[in-house]
Design a protein around this ligand. Structure first.
Ligand code: SF4
Length: 88
């Protein structure tokens, strides 16, 4: 499996920041305490984001998956290159 697209459901995100702890090069919290993605050019994206657009696209899939699994509300959705949902 290869991760292609990542989405945070802002309605589910409670700002627990576990995803940020696990993958601090991918996620950070915005002013509303919701997770956003760090994308190329130093900007932030609400997502959905394609993995290759991440500021640090070298983050391995395992780490991104662990970050998603660490989310207490399962707010991080992960899709493979065929658009198939990998997690949750
Ligand atoms: S771990 Fe989940 S709830 Fe916490 S900030 Fe990340 S997406 Fe939001």
């Amino acid at each position: 499996m290869a991760i292609s697209k990542i989405v945070v459901d802002r309605n589910l995100c409670i700002g627990a920041a576990s995803c940020v702890v696990v993958a601090d090069k991918v996620f950070e919290l915005d002013a509303e305490n919701k997770a956003v993605f760090k994308v190329k050019g130093g900007s932030k994206s609400l997502g959905p984001v394609v993995k290759t657009d991440l500021e640090d696209s070298s983050t391995d899939d395992e780490t991104i998956l662990l970050a998603a699994k660490s989310c207490p509300t399962k707010a991080v959705f992960i899709y493979d290159e065929n658009g198939k949902q990998i997690y949750p």
